[in-house]
Design a protein around this ligand. Structure first.
Ligand code: CUA
Length: 329
């Protein structure tokens, strides 16, 4: 091969590489990393991407060079000269990908191993998914409809589901984990960045899937300790806690609970709905609508509400919820 060709090929590779680099850097492909695990996953992503960009640049340069230098003339119908394999070249183009893929495997295995380490004293939180809400239960037994985490501490989530398969995802933590009924999956998160991030269900789970969202607040260790102290005391009416624990706000709008769900009827208009339904006293109607939602469907709404609340909510909590919903209406 002539020296001039090598210089031309190198120049073409550099041009292709520069275009790749510009695209890689100009577009924010990944969300801000808010966890130690996410940082490692981003490292694997960029490690692999840089290798891909290098391979692409060489291949693109050889292709462009071949098209440019060895293009047949418009009237040239002759066959090309017979060629034979080039053993050395074949060894090289086999060995380099083997080395690169092996490197990616090793880096990925190391990151996977590191990301599954929760340390000796992780904060254990039980995560429960159901159509169409998340609930998070802390070691002190308190349950919330949103997640609150301290910065710089290992958190071990124990994720399960009440009904169908859901999937827990916080983009800024760069990890997803399925929530499967009858199964407990774990996910380790070590938050590194104070802020509020979305919790998203990323498995199609029914009519309210797109609205099955919550949020995670990452607090400083002192703020977190204060939150735990405050959270241990009852705040707001008891019905509010039942409302939040059962994820009612995932589907219903209800101003007293700052809920803005749009799948089911607006509970701020509960009295009007009860009147239109004409199914006896309002309290009875509200209770029936929770434990046996299929008995009466508000006009224009499908039978989308899970039929599990009759068995899921204890009687005393159910009464608190009914009272709470009626007073709000
Ligand atoms: Cu739960 Cu999608």
């Amino acid at each position: 091969m002539r020296k001039g060709s090598i210089i031309q090929l190198t120049a073409l590779s550099l041009v292709a590489g520069a275009i790749c680099t510009a695209v890689a850097l100009a577009i924010p492909w990944l969300p801000v990393s808010a966890g130690r695990e996410a940082g490692r996953i981003h490292f694997v992503y960029w490690f692999t991407t840089i290798i891909c960009m290098a391979v692409f640049s060489v291949v693109a340069a050889v292709l462009a060079f071949s098209v440019w230098k060895f293009r047949a003339g418009p009237d040239d119908d002759s066959d090309g000269p017979p060629t034979h394999g080039h053993t050395q070249l074949e060894i090289v183009w086999t060995a380099i990908p083997v080395a690169l893929v092996t490197a990616i495997s090793i880096v990925s295995a190391v990151v996977l191993a590191q990301n599954s380490r929760a340390g000796t004293d992780p904060l254990r939180i039980r995560v429960n998914a159901q159509q169409f809400a998340w609930s998070f239960t802390y070691p002190n037994g308190k349950t919330f409809g949103f997640l609150t985490l301290p910065k710089d501490r290992h958190v071990k989530l124990d994720i399960t589901s009440n009904d169908v398969i859901h999937s827990f995802w916080v983009p800024q933590f760069s990890q997803k984990q399925d929530a499967v009924p009858g199964q407990h999956n774990t996910l380790i998160i070590t938050p590194t960045r104070i802020g509020t991030y979305p919790v998203i269900c990323t498995e199609l789970c029914g009519l309210g899937h797109a609205l099955m969202r919550s949020h995670v607040d990452v607090l400083s260790p002192t703020d977190y300790a204060a939150w735990v102290r405050k959270g241990s005391q009852a705040s707001g009416p008891p019905g509010l806690a039942v409302f939040q624990q059962n994820g009612c706000g995932g589907c219903h709008t209800f101003k007293p609970a700052s809920a803005t769900g749009k799948v089911g009827p607006d509970l701020d208009n509960l009295a009007k709905y009860a009147q239109a339904a004409n199914r006896g006293p309002e309290a009875k109607f509200v209770e029936e609508s929770i434990v046996k939602p299929q008995a009466y469907l508000a006009p224009g709404y499908p039978d989308a509400m899970p039929h599990i609340f009759g068995t899921q909510i204890p009687t005393d909590k159910l009464q608190q919820l009914v009272q709470y919903l009626m007073k709000g209406s």
